[in-house]
Design a binder for this molecule. Structure first.
Ligand SMILES: Cc1cc2nc3c(=O)[nH]c(=O)nc-3n(C[C@H](O)[C@H](O)[C@H](O)COP(=O)(O)OP(=O)(O)OC[C@H]3O[C@@H](n4cnc5c(N)ncnc54)[C@H](O)[C@@H]3O)c2cc1C
Ligand code: FES
Length: 265
C-alpha cells in the first residue's frame, strides 16, 4: 500500500563529501516502508516542475524515516536547504523490497546507492542475520563508515585513499578468500557501471544477485511509462510487450541480475 503524506523535516546534516542525510517525520510511511523501497518527493510547496524526485529510504526510527542524497540539481538543492519543521509532501512506500536472506547476504552500495543498502544493513542486523556490507566510492572523503574487516564492513576507494584499493569487486574477492560465494547472495545498488560489473561477476560465477536499478522517473506509479527497463529475452517463445519490458517504479526497483538486459538505463 502506498499513500501520500505531508511529512515534517526533523533534521538534516552533511555526512560525507556532497552527501546529506535528512530525516522526515512521516508516521504512516515510516511504519510501512521496507528496505529497498523508495518515496517520491515534492521538494517544496512551490515546486515548479511536474516530476517529483524519487529517493530510497535509508532507514526508519520510530515515526521518522531518513534519506541520503547527493546534490546534483534543483530538486536535491531544495532538499539540502530544508529547515527543521518544513513540511514536505511525499508519496510512498513505492516499489518492491529486498527479500530472501536464506544465503549469506553480501550487500553492496556505491555512491548514493548506499541509501537502500544502509537500510538493508540495519534490517539484517536487527534480525540477527549475519552478512557482509561493502561500500564503494571514488575517494576517502565520500565515505562515512569505518572499514572494519573483522566486523564484515568493507570500504573501497578507486584511488586507494581508504579501505581496499579498487572497486567493490575487489572487496567481494577479499570476502571470497574465506567464504564459498555459492553460499552467498549479492544485493547491489549504485551507479550503472558498478551494477553492470557486479551483474557480470555474479553471472560468470553463478551467484544469486539482486540489483536495485535507478532511473529518471516521472509518476512513480506505473502511468507515464518513463522508467522502462528491458528483460533478457526468454529463449523458448515470443515475448509479449510486458514480458519484454518492465517498469522500474512498479516491477522494481529490485530485479534479479540474470533477468536484466542492462543496468544502463
Ligand atoms: C528508485 C530511485 C531511488 C533513488 N534513490 C536515491 C537516493 O537514495 N539518493 C540520491 O541521491 N538519489 C537517488 N535517486 C536519484 C535521484 O532521484 C536523482 O538524483 C534526483 O531526482 C535528481 O533531482 P534533481 O532535481 O536534484 O536533479 P535534476 O536537475 O533532475 O538532474 C541533475 C542531474 O542528475 C541526473 N539525474 C536525474 N535523475 C537521475 C537518476 N534517477 N539517476 C541518475 N541520474 C539522474 C540528470 O540527468 C542530471 O544530469 C534515486 C532514483 C530512483 C529512481
Ligand atoms: S515513473 Fe511513470 S511509469 Fe514508472
Amino acid at each position: 500500500m502506498s499513500l501520500r503524506e505531508i511529512s515534517r523535516v526533523t533534521g538534516s546534516r552533511k555526512i560525507a563529501e556532497n552527501t546529506f542525510e535528512s530525516t522526515l517525520h512521516a508516521p504512516q510511511i515510516a511504519s510501512l516502508v521496507k528496505a529497498g523501497q523508495f518515496i517520491n518527493i515534492l521538494p517544496s510547496g512551490d515546486w515548479p516542475k511536474v516530476m517529483r524526485r524519487p529517493m530510497s529510504v535509508s532507514g526508519t526510527e520510530g515515526d521518522n524515516l531518513s534519506i541520503i542524497y547527493k546534490v546534483v540539481g534543483t530538486g536535491t538543492e531544495q532538499m539540502y536547504s530544508w529547515a527543521e519543521g518544513d513540511e514536505v509532501d511525499i508519496i510512498g512506500p513505492l516499489g518492491n523490497y529486498w527479500a530472501d536472506f536464506s544465503k549469506t547476504p553480501i550487500i553492496i552500495g556505491g555512491g548514493v546507492g548506499i541509501a537502500p543498502i544502509f537500510f538493508l544493513h540495519n534490517t539484517l542486523q536487527s534480525n540477527n542475520i549475519e552478512h557482509y556490507m561493502i561500500m564503494g566510492s571514488r575517494t576517502a572523503n565520500e565515505h562515512f563508515l569505518e572499514h572494519d574487516l573483522p566486523a564484515k564492513v568493507l570500504m573501497t576507494t578507486d584511488d586507494g585513499t581508504y579501505g581496499i584499493h579498487g572497486n567493490v569487486v575487489a572487496a567481494v574477492d577479499t570476502i571470497a578468500e574465506n567464504l564459498d560465494l555459492s553460499d552467498t547472495k549479492l544485493f547491489v545498488c549504485g551507479p550503472a557501471p558498478m551494477m553492470e560489473a557486479m551483474k557480470d561477476y555474479a553471472l560468470a560465477k553463478n551467484i544469486e544477485c539482486d540489483i536495485a536499478l535507478e532511473t529518471v522517473m516521472a509518476c512513480g506509479i506505473g502511468i507515464c511509462q518513463g522508467c522502462s527497463m528491458e528483460y533478457v529475452p526468454k529463449e523458448s517463445k515470443e515475448s509479449s510487450y510486458r514480458e519484454k519490458y518492465g517498469l522500474v517504479c512498479m516491477d522494481g526497483p529490485i530485479f534479479k541480475a540474470k533477468e536484466i538486459k542492462t543496468c544502463y538505463l
